[in-house]
Design a protein around this ligand. Structure first.
Ligand code: PMP
Length: 400
C-alpha cells in the first residue's frame, strides 16, 4: 500500500463519525474554567481534567503576564542548551520540596516526562511490567527505549506478582509502571499492594500521577501519598496540564540518580523547554495547590454530587465518587449519538471509543472541577438523565 493510500481507511473512519466530529470540537469562547461556547451554544465543560479549576486563577494569570514581560514569550531552546532559565530550576526545586525528595526534572509536557523518564531508565535488555490500562505515553515510552514489555492485568497485584515470578532473577532489575488514578474510569491503583510486591521482588516502581496530583493524598501529593508509599515508590511522574492548569511534566524521585537522567533522555534534550509564562503559571498553581486545601475539598464535594446524581439516574459510574467518571454505553453508535445530544443540551463530556477505552468499551467520560458550581453539576446530571439514562442501549449494556 502506498504511503497515502492508507488514509482511505482513515477517511472511512472520519465519515463514520458523521457531521459533528468529536475529535474536532472547537471551544469558541471560554467564560470560566467550566463554561464555554461550543457550536454557538453556552456549554458546561465536564471533560477538561481542570481538577482544581486554576486556569483563570488571578495570581496565575498575573504571574504569566509578568513572566512574559520579564523573560519573553518563549525560551527558543532545549533544557540542555539555552532553554534552562532560573524559573525552571526553581520549579524543579519546588516540586522536589513538595514530595520531600532530593531532585525533580521538568519536561515540556506530561507525555515527554513519561517518554523521557522511561528512555533514561530502560534499554532493550530491560524488562518493564506495565498495567494493561496504562496511558499511551507509558506504552510509547516503552517503545522508544525498546524495553521488553510484560503487561499485567489492570490493578491486579497478583497478576503482577505472577509476571515477576516468571522473570526469575531478572525481576530484581525490572521496572513496574502504573498510574495512581486511572484517567478513564477514575479508579485508583492498589499502590500499597503493588509496592509490597515490587519491594519483595527487588524491582523498581514508577507511578504516573497525572490525574492524582492535587486530587488525592492529604497534601495533594497523589495516590502515592494516600497509600502511604512515598518512601517506597522509586519515581513519580506527573503533568502540569491537569490540576495545575498549565502545560509541562515532571519526574521526581528519592534516588539521587535522577539528576543524571537528563544526560540520557532524548525527550528531555531534543525539544524546547516550557515558556517562562508556563513555568511561572505552574509555580503559582503549585503554590495554590499547597496553600489552598479548600480547592481539593471542593473538588471532592463536586465529585460526590455528580456521582450521587448519576447513580440516582441508575447509571453505573464506578462504586466510589471520583473526579473522573465514565458511563459505558452499548456500542459505538449509541455512545456517539449520546455524546452529540449532550452537546446540543449544552454539556461537553469526552467520548471514548474503542480501542481508546479500556476493554474496548464505548464510554462517555466526565471529569469534575473544583470550579464547577452546584447548578452546573445539576445541569450535567439533568442532561445525562435526558440523553443517556434508561435508553434501550444503556439498559442492554448493563443487562437491566
Ligand atoms: N499520563 C497520563 C495518565 C495522562 O492521562 C496524560 C494526558 N492525558 C499524560 C500522561 C500526558 O500528559 P500531557 O497531556 O500533559 O502531555
Amino acid at each position: 500500500m502506498s504511503l497515502l493510500a492508507k488514509f482511505q481507511a482513515v477517511a472511512e473512519v472520519r465519515r463514520s463519525l458523521g457531521e459533528v466530529d468529536p475529535t474536532k470540537v472547537v471551544i469558541e469562547r471560554l467564560h470560566s474554567p467550566t463554561l464555554g461556547v461550543i457550536n454557538g451554544v453556552a456549554t458546561v465543560l465536564a471533560g477538561t481534567n481542570n481538577y482544581l479549576g486554576l486556569t483563570f486563577d488571578a495570581a496565575g494569570v498575573a504571574a504569566g503576564r509578568q513572566a512574559i514581560q520579564d523573560a519573553g514569550t518563549g525560551t527558543t531552546g532545549s533544557r540542555m542548551a539555552n532553554g534552562t532559565y532560573a524559573g525552571h530550576v526553581a520549579l524543579e526545586a519546588e516540586i522536589a520540596d513538595f514530595y520531600g525528595y532530593p531532585h525533580a526534572v521538568v519536561f515540556s509536557t506530561g507525555y515527554a516526562a513519561n517518554l523521557g523518564t522511561l528512555a533514561a531508565l530502560l534499554g532493550p535488555e530491560d524488562a518493564v511490567l506495565l498495567d494493561a490500562d496504562a496511558h499511551a505515553s507509558l506504552y510509547d515510552g516503552c517503545r522508544l527505549c525498546q524495553a521488553q514489555v510484560y503487561v499485567f492485568r489492570h490493578n491486579d497485584s497478583s497478576s503482577l506478582d505472577a509476571r515477576l515470578t516468571r522473570l526469575g532473577e531478572r525481576a530484581a532489575n525490572a521496572l513496574v509502571v502504573v498510574e495512581g488514578l486511572y484517567s478513564v474510569l477514575g479508579d485508583q491503583a492498589p499502590l500499597a499492594e503493588i509496592a509490597e510486591v515490587k519491594s519483595r521482588r527487588g524491582a523498581l516502581l514508577l507511578v504516573d500521577e497525572a490525574h492524582s496530583l492535587g486530587v488525592a493524598g492529604e497534601q495533594g501529593r497523589g495516590v502515592v501519598e494516600a497509600a502511604g508509599i512515598l518512601d517506597q515508590v522509586d519515581f513519580v511522574v506527573g503533568t502540569f496540564s491537569k490540576s495545575l492548569g498549565t502545560m509541562g511534566g515532571f519526574c521526581t524521585s528519592r534516588h539521587e540518580e535522577l539528576a543524571l537522567f537528563t544526560y540520557a533522555s532524548r525527550p528531555y534534550m531534543f525539544t524546547a523547554s516550557p515558556s517562562p509564562a508556563t513555568v511561572e503559571c505552574t509555580r503559582s498553581a503549585l503554590r495554590a495547590l499547597r496553600n489552598r486545601p479548600e480547592l481539593k475539598a471542593q473538588l471532592w464535594r463536586n465529585a460526590r454530587q455528580l456521582h450521587q446524581g448519576l447513580t440516582q439516574l441508575g447509571l453505573q459510574v464506578g462504586e466510589a465518587p471520583s473526579p473522573v467518571m465514565a458511563v459505558r454505553l452499548a456500542d459505538r453508535t449509541e455512545a456517539l449519538s449520546a455524546w452529540r445530544k449532550l452537546l446540543e443540551e449544552g454539556v461537553y463530556v469526552n467520548l471514548m471509543l474503542p480501542p481508546a477505552a479500556p476493554s474496548g468499551g464505548s464510554l462517555l467520560r466526565m471529569s469534575v472541577s473544583a470550579a464547577h458550581k452546584p447548578q452546573e453539576i445539576e445541569q450535567i446530571v439533568a442532561a445525562m438523565g435526558k440523553v443517556v439514562a434508561k435508553t434501550d442501549a444503556y439498559l442492554r449494556s448493563t443487562g437491566k
